[in-house]
Design a protein around this ligand. Structure first.
Ligand code: GRF
Length: 212
């Protein structure tokens, strides 16, 4: 069976970050860009929540922000259609979901196939969905971590780009584990974006190869 092969583009990339909250992963990616480590610009920081703290960080940093209120759209598809228009206007190459708390419709997933990344605070495919750190503690795993993956229509199930492992300690709380994982998130998410725009990510079926 022939399988589709996707190779990420080598170029100065135009990135849109989607967030609904704190925005620490967004900040880590932007810091890496400012430090010259990633060949890209953040051309839009998008949110569904006007009060998201990450938006304030974006504004302080002089980045363009956009908020669309989902309640003003009759369906999820129409909401995403409006987002898509905004992305196309800005010629966005890559969407980075960074704590964006909405599920994307097939419209966005398909139009930006292999061009949407997400970060998840667990070693996927373990503990997808919400409260991944709590799920890991309750399951009793000895290691958890972070996963950067491409977004497909099934939530948290797209091809895995990078993972980082952290130990789960006996006296961990959800917060202490989340903090340990977050440090790794801030390392591997910028790294994945860097590899993308260096043209080094190749997707073959479910597997992502890093090509040097
Ligand atoms: C992170 O734990 C990320 O893995 C998850 O949502 C959280 C976002 O944190 N998807 P922040 O807004 O980037 O600080």
């Amino acid at each position: 069976m022939s399988q589709e092969i996707f190779r990420s583009p080598k170029k100065r990339g135009r990135v849109a970050v989607f967030l609904s909250g704190r925005g620490s992963n967004f900040r880590a990616i932007h810091d890496a860009i400012l430090a010259g480590k990633i060949n890209a610009d953040i051309v839009l920081v998008f949110s569904n929540r006007p009060e998201a703290p990450g938006l304030a960080i974006a504004r302080e940093r002089g980045l363009e922000t956009l908020v669309l209120n989902p309640k003003l759209y009759p369906t999820r598809e129409e909401y995403d259609r409006e987002i898509l228009r905004e992305l196309l206007k800005r010629e966005v190459d890559l969407i980075c979901l960074a704590g964006y708390m909405r599920i994307l419709t097939p419209l966005l997933c398909q139009t930006f196939r292999h061009r949407i990344m997400n970060i998840h605070p667990a070693l996927l495919p373990s503990f997808p969905g919400l409260n991944a750190q709590r799920q890991a503690l309750e399951w009793g795993v000895k290691y958890s971590g972070a996963t950067v993956h491409f977004v497909s229509e099934e939530v948290d199930m797209g091809p895995i780009i990078l993972q980082a492992v952290v130990p789960v300690l006996q006296d961990d709380t959800e917060d202490s584990l989340a903090e340990r994982i977050l440090k790794e998130e801030h390392r591997i998410y910028p790294e994945a974006v860097r590899l993308f725009f260096e043209g080094k990510l190749e997707v073959r079926g479910r597997r992502v190869f890093i090509i040097d």
